[in-house]
Design a protein around this ligand. Structure first.
Ligand SMILES: *Cc1c(COP(=O)(O)O)cnc(C)c1O
Length: 407
């Protein structure tokens, strides 16, 4: 065990990271060593209320007894055998996802980007089978984020993520998010798939409007295009509904999941209807790690817990409370312009860059993150208590005041 009480421990860890790890992230100047519920602790013993939950991953918080027990039990059984063989947790998890959703079939993978990648491939094959060689177009939207692999990145709008790696895959177009007329114009007969986040996450926490999703759905039906909902961030209870699209009453043909599904172990999933599934045959797509018995057993625990009506009602109640508190924060602060979100997924649009506000929040014991330069994002564990949520916002108010120079 590393001696975290040793003088200089965190400085050493940070120096090592900076010397050896590829520098694709800017991290704050502390080292996290432990978590408990909605709190994490750094090596100096400071506690932080976790308003990030590993980017919407630790839905059940840290150190959840059932998650820990599932990992231990699974590790003593089988961790991995590959997709060449049958294992029970894989089949059981697929059935559980199907029983709780619009879908008939599930493909497992290891991350959100892989799930988006898979969905785009399945849509291409579906169009090729039913509509010939020309129907290959993909429509995505401004502000979208679907991941970092070449395919998922091709459908991600943010220019600075794309530009260094071009050329990306051809045939992807973008229309303005929440503009139904522009979407209807863009969903032509050449489009095989439309991919959209019902609540955009990385793009700044922007919920879609009901009208937008309804008209995108209708335009897809008209053009024979498949509708893919990317619920990697907004799905699995985050909005207070098991699936974000249930709040809209609009159903996709495919849905991609990842972040919270195994509470921190890597997993992704593509859910689809039978007609989409029918176009895929053995050998068409695959993964070495995906759907392993350990990760699926843990995901089963997560899915069973978060999909009960009581759990989801509790998320909605806490979400309403958080909405009211953030509206008051915006009202009181010169720096905050607007709070947007659903359930326990919120963004505070600021007049300034959020980096100094995030730093002040760290000093006051809160983890929050950005969603673009001007939006402060909150994605706490879904199990956070009302009292913890209040304390988190209290501290955030202090951080806003401090940056504004009002303390
Ligand atoms: C995080 C995210 C992804 C990518 O997931 P990774 O697991 O980081 O590959 C894709 N789509 C959305 C909406 C996301 O929030």
């Amino acid at each position: 065990m590393p001696d975290i009480l040793r003088e200089g421990y965190s400085a050493d860890v940070i120096a090592m990271e900076q010397e050896y790890v590829l520098q694709t992230y800017r991290r704050p100047e502390f080292v996290l060593v432990r978590g408990e519920g909605a709190r994490v602790f750094d090596s100096e013993g400071r506690a932080y209320l976790d308003g990030v939950a590993g980017i919407a991953v630790n839905a059940l918080g840290h150190g959840d007894a059932q998650v820990v027990a599932a990992i231990q039990a699974a590790a003593e059984g089988l961790i991995h055998v590959s997709n060449l063989y049958h294992t029970e947790p894989h089949a059981v998890l697929a059935r559980s996802l199907v029983e709780r959703s619009f879908a008939d079939r599930v493909f497992f993978c290891n991350s959100g980007t892989e799930a988006a990648e898979g969905a785009l491939k399945f849509a291409r094959k579906h169009a090729r089978r039913f509509s010939g060689q020309e129907k290959t177009g993909i429509l995505a939207f401004s502000g979208s984020f679907h991941g970092r692999t070449m395919g998922a990145l091709s459908a991600t709008a943010t220019e600075k993520y794309r530009a260094p790696f071009e050329p990306l895959i051809p045939g992807v177009c973008f229309a303005p998010f929440n503009d139904p007329v522009a979407a209807e114009d863009a969903i032509t007969d050449e489009v095989c798939a439309v991919i959209v986040e019902p609540v955009q996450g990385e793009g700044g926490v922007h919920p879609a409007t009901v009208d937008f999703l309804e008209r995108v759905r209708a335009a897809c039906d008209q053009a024979g295009a498949l509708l893919i909902f990317d619920e990697v961030q907004c799905g699995l209870g985050r909005t207070g509904h098991l699936w974000a699209h249930q709040a809209y009453g609009v159903t996709p043909d495919l849905m991609v999941l990842a972040k919270p599904l195994a509470n921190g172990l890597p997993i992704g999933a593509v859910l689809m209807t039978q007609v989409v599934a029918d176009t895929m045959v053995p050998g068409d797509h695959g993964s070495t790690f995906a759907g392993g018995p350990l990760v699926c057993r843990v995901a089963q625990v997560v899915l069973e817990r978060i999909s009960t009506p009581e759990f989801l009602a509790d998320v909605r109640d806490k979400g309403e409370h958080l909405a009211a508190r953030l509206a008051a924060l915006v009202e009181a602060s010169q720096l905050a312009r607007e709070a947007r979100g659903m359930g326990l997924m919120w963004g505070i649009e600021c007049e300034v860059e959020v980096a100094p506000i995030l730093s002040a929040a760290y000093r006051h014991g809160v983890l929050a993150c950005g969603a673009g330069p001007n939006v402060l994002r909150l994605l706490p564990p879904l199990t956070i208590t009302l009292a913890e949520l209040d304390q988190l916002v209290d501290r955030l108010e202090v951080a806003f005041d401090e940056v504004e120079g009002r303390d």
